[in-house]
Ligand binder design. Structure first.
Ligand code: NAP
Length: 344
């Protein structure tokens, strides 16, 4: 058990939701502490935007902005007002009492009067080495058509979408605005998607489906040029020329560390029992961003819910008589995404 005074507010995560929550909390003198996570093969601090090249739909950046730069700016803005940052994962929590308790990977348990979970979700990938490489380098492989589909290099090209759920239908339909043709590649002979969305995709003259087909390799050096496909019935392999690949095989919310400590939805996202609120089933615990959202999944909606979570946490703390710690410290901002050391 930690001996120290409990933190006012601990925020878990490092995407747009986390940094926006931190910015609001820091400016409200709550002296927030962010656990931004550790870099690993699957995860890097900064969240899913660290995988995106240019973001053209985040308001305020008419020329677009790189995903890493946007995260760097958001972090600097939060740190500038006194947010403290630790580069550790939270591996375990104990929400059975109050203060809430959190276990960072390398340090002792931390206590907090309020916690905001902003740990995000991760897009599922097929798991092919070239898929990962080209997704990381902006080489025409993406897990978000709404984020990336309008890029000029996808215009009038044949674009492939992998998956058979609602996301795949939605991505395929969206991409018909730009593509010469959209090919849905699905591993079975029927869609999992809702009938209305599947029917809409199937009725679109620009969409065709490769049924019972798996992608076994992504072809291209700096940019995707094609896919290697395998017919799952005959086993036959062939190559298909494409100008882009959109993987839409679901998302996994990052909730492993919560292990039965807070109520989740049937899809595994953190449940918010009240509409338009970020409160959870646990008092003093709030949630924002993609770990609570399987519907919008946009940077701007994540940032919006981050603001909501900080405001709700602030009101909860005020209501429960928690004094605000100290005036915000305005430090000279330095780029520190991936550095992790506290600046403020
Ligand atoms: P999903 O429903 O879980 O569908 C994932 C699809 O990907 C399935 O067709 C699955 O194939 C396929 N798949 C999974 N792993 C694969 C792999 N390794 N290789 C190839 N294919 C693979 O996920 P989702 O489409 O993202 O939807 C998630 C939830 O969000 C659903 O509840 C959905 O209704 C909802 N959603 C709603 C909307 C909307 O209403 N506008 C839009 C998007 C999502 P199998 O079918 O063979 O398992």
């Amino acid at each position: 058990m930690a001996e120290q005074t409990p933190e006012n507010l601990v925020i878990i995560g490092s995407g747009p939701a986390a940094w926006t929550a931190a910015l609001y909390a820091a400016r409200a003198n709550l002296d927030p502490l962010v656990y931004e996570g550790e870099p690993s093969r699957q995860m890097i601090p900064g969240g899913q935007l660290m995988w995106t090249t240019d973001i053209e739909n985040y308001p305020g950046f008419p020329e677009g902005i790189g995903g890493q730069e946007l995260m760097d700016r958001m972090k600097r803005q939060a740190v500038q007002f006194g947010t403290r940052v630790e580069m550790e994962n939270i591996t375990e929590v104990d929400f059975s009492g109050h203060p809430l308790r959190l276990k960072p990977s390398f340090s002792d348990w931390v206590e907090a009067r309020a916690v905001v979970i902003a740990s995000g979700a991760r897009a599922n990938w097929i798991g092919l080495p070239n898929e990962e490489r080209l997704a990381r380098t902006g080489g025409g492989v993406s897990a978000c058509a709404v984020c990336d589909g309008a890029m000029p290099f996808y215009r009038d090209r044949v674009l492939a979408v992998v998956g058979g759920g609602d996301s795949a239908m939605e991505e395929a339909t969206y991409l018909t605005k730009f593509a010469s043709e959209v090919v849905i590649i699905h591993r079975r002979d029927s869609f999992r998607a809702s009938k209305v969305m599947a029917d809409r995709a199937l009725a679109d003259p620009k969409i065709r489906v490769e049924w019972n087909t798996s992608v076994v390799d992504v072809v291209g050096d700096d940019f995707i040029t094609g896919l290697r496909l395998r017919d799952r019935i005959t086993g036959a392999e062939r190559e298909m020329e494409v100008g882009g690949l959109f993987v839409a095989i679901g998302h996994t919310p990052n909730t492993d560390f919560l292990k039965g400590q807070v109520e989740l939805t049937p899809n595994g996202y953190v449940k918010t029992p009240y509409a338009w609120r970020t409160a959870t089933s646990v008092p003093a615990l709030f949630v924002c961003g993609d770990v609570m959202d399987d519907y919008y999944r946009q940077a701007v909606t994540a940032a919006g819910t981050g603001c909501m979570a900080a405001l709700e946490a602030e009101r909860w703390l005020a209501h429960h008589g928690v004094e605000q710690a100290k005036p915000p410290v305005l430090e000279t901002a330095q780029s520190s995404v991936g550095q992790g050391e506290p600046i403020g």
